[in-house]
Design a protein around this ligand. Structure first.
Ligand code: VG1
Ligand code: CO
Length: 543
């Protein structure tokens, strides 16, 4: 086996976004693209000689081939050991856990998460550090700088490693340890929650449907819900990981998790329905005839987490991304906990979790997690909900009604305008940015603007500053309209408009969110002139 040192040149466009590098699969497959990026990760983190890494992905098209390249490059660069999920599979939270459990120097996760997969769809790669969390902005910048200066990469000429059996083998001088992707993660979940109480609840007839969306969580969900917790066979639907997610988007929202939504709207819906995304870090929560907004789910989990054994001592604090609704802030205030508002993306929660300032974090995009790993964690959120059902004996409707009665209800919605021409999306943002300084005090569609700014974040732990993290318009009475461009798309630009309004009147807590938000939606259009800039009369996806 020989180590080859191959000459290459920088390839444009290797700037990681919200969560690693995401591109069309064909771009990742093009000559040197993957190799350049992997070598830049290795160089950007200060070299990898003697280091150990966890490697796995969501099983999408090109997963297996990309792992082969990464392993051969790791061996050529002097890595001591790679721990790989069997068949190259690992959910993102499981990878995060394995990094921490095995004390490795980090991990490479192959996923474009909620983006579709297949030869004509998307692929992605991200690096997580030794704490198990996504690389910080500073590390990401280092990696990006390396992509712009790369001249060569190292790769071992060797046959493909068999990843289908759990075994320890070698590749050159590197150890390759193939492990069961599920068992360590399932153990962790069992250590956090009251599995006996949840099992008893299922025995008593509680019914759930969990939609794995043909993505990575199928084997995890079957093991945890059906085998360990005794939920009836068939509880997990779409549980076989597929390389193209059956042609759909593995995005757990009412649009893409259509099958689950139909079950929950039926005449005899189960007590609880949930779904997760491509790489298993997101969760969608539903009840009979009910879609629970991810921001509400975060607030309810923050309020009731103490009912699960792992959190019985209470939470140190909570954090939410800026566009996530303010519902969780009210819970934190009531409980006297610290709460933080960070930019979008899990990498901003890492420092707060490591410093013990927060226990629970969440995002409006259906990401929720705690300090048990350093990623959001879809199955974890579902298990915490199950633990709450088991501990309270209440239905979803009761839990929501109680929450709204105590804290009020934040009506919330996100409107996505996808594949907008990049120039037009930038023009919209530039025009709105220019207006911000004069907005305070103005009245728009019956709402008075209290403040308007471009969000910037000063990390309270390491003092780093992240600017240009979204345009915020705050109205009197607690309504908000937020605008930002996605950092995970692979085609043009996706404009995300986040809308919310607080309602405390007891007789107005059951409205349709789109109706309850009509004024805020109209104000967003008036202020940003979305139709004029994008040519779109309506959003592509409403969640
Ligand atoms: C989106 C979500 C963000 C999430 C990110 C990664 O980013 O809005 O909340 O952290 O995806 O999630 P953006 O930049 O497109 O808005 V995942 O599960 O797709 O890795
Ligand atoms: Co994801």
């Amino acid at each position: 086996m020989t180590i080859k040192n191959l000459v290459t040149a920088p390839i444009a466009g290797q700037k990681p976004g919200t969560s690693g590098l995401r591109k069309k699969t064909a771009v990742f497959q093009s000559p040197h693209f993957l190799e350049n990026y992997v070598q830049s990760i290795f160089d950007g983190i200060g070299g990898v000689a003697g280091k150990r890494f966890v490697i796995g992905g969501d099983g999408r098209f090109f997963n297996r081939q990309a792992i082969d390249v990464i392993l051969r490059m790791a061996a050529a660069n002097g890595v001591a050991e790679c721990i790989v999920g069997r068949d190259g599979l690992l959910s993102t939270p499981a990878a995060s856990h394995l990094i921490r459990l095995n004390g490795t120097n980090g991990g490479l996760i192959l996923s474009a998460s909620h983006n579709p997969g297949g030869p004509n769809a998307d692929f992605g790669l991200k690096f997580n550090g030794a704490n198990g969390g996504p690389a910080s902005e500073a590390v990401t910048e280092e990696i990006y700088a390396c992509t712009q200066n790369i001249e060569a990469y190292k790769i071992l000429e060797a046959p493909t490693v068999d990843l289908s059996v759990e075994a320890t083998t070698t590749l050159g001088d590197m150890t390759v340890t193939v492990i069961d992707p599920v068992s360590d993660y399932a153990e962790l979940m069992e250590s956090l929650f009251d599995f006996d109480a949840i099992r008893a609840m299922f025995e008593g007839g509680f019914r759930m449907v969990f939609d794995s969306m043909l993505a990575v969580t199928g084997p995890y969900a079957k093991e945890i819900f059906e085998t360990r917790l005794g939920a009836k066979h068939g509880t997990v639907i779409n549980g076989e990981p597929s390389h193209d997610f059956g042609g759909g988007h593995p995005d757990p929202n009412p649009i893409w998790a259509r099958e689950l939504m139909a079950i929950m709207q039926s005449d005899t819906p189960p007590d609880f329905g949930a779904a997760s995304d491509g790489d298993g870090d997101r969760n969608m929560i539903t009840g009979p005839h009910r879609y629970v907004s991810p921001s509400d789910s975060l607030a309810i989990l923050a309020d009731l987490a103490h009912l699960a054994p792992a959190y019985k001592g209470g939470l140190a604090g909570v954090a939410r991304s800026m566009p996530t609704s303010c519902a969780v802030d009210r819970v934190a205030a009531a409980k006297g906990m610290e709460s933080f508002e960070t930019p979008t993306g899990w990498k901003f929660f890492g420092n707060l979790l490591d410093a013990g300032r927060v226990t629970l974090c969440g995002e409006e995009s259906a990401g929720t997690g705690s300090d048990h790993v350093r990623e959001k964690d879809g199955l974890w959120a579902v298990l915490l909900w199950l633990n709450i059902f088991a501990a309270t004996g209440k239905s979803m409707d009761q839990i929501l009604a109680d929450h709204y009665a105590t804290y009020g209800r934040t009506y919330y919605s996100r409107h996505d305008f996808e594949a907008v021409e990049t120039e037009n999306a930038n023009a919209l943002m530039d025009a709105l940015r220019a207006k911000l300084p004069d907005l305070a005090g103005q009245e728009v569609n019956g709402l008075r603007v209290q403040a308007a700014d471009e969000f910037a974040y000063d990390d309270p732990v390491d003092g780093s500053r992240s600017e240009r993290q979204g345009l915020r318009i705050l109205f009197e009475g607690g309504a908000r309209a937020i605008f930002r461009l996605s950092g995970t798309d692979t085609e043009g630009a996706t404009l995300r408009v986040y809308l919310e309004r607080l309602e405390t009147a007891k007789n107005k807590l059951k409205a349709d969110p789109q109706k309850a938000l009509a004024n805020v939606i109209a104000s967003a259009e008036t202020l940003a002139e979305i139709k004029a800039h994008t040519g779109r009369a309506a959003p592509d996806v409403i969640t």
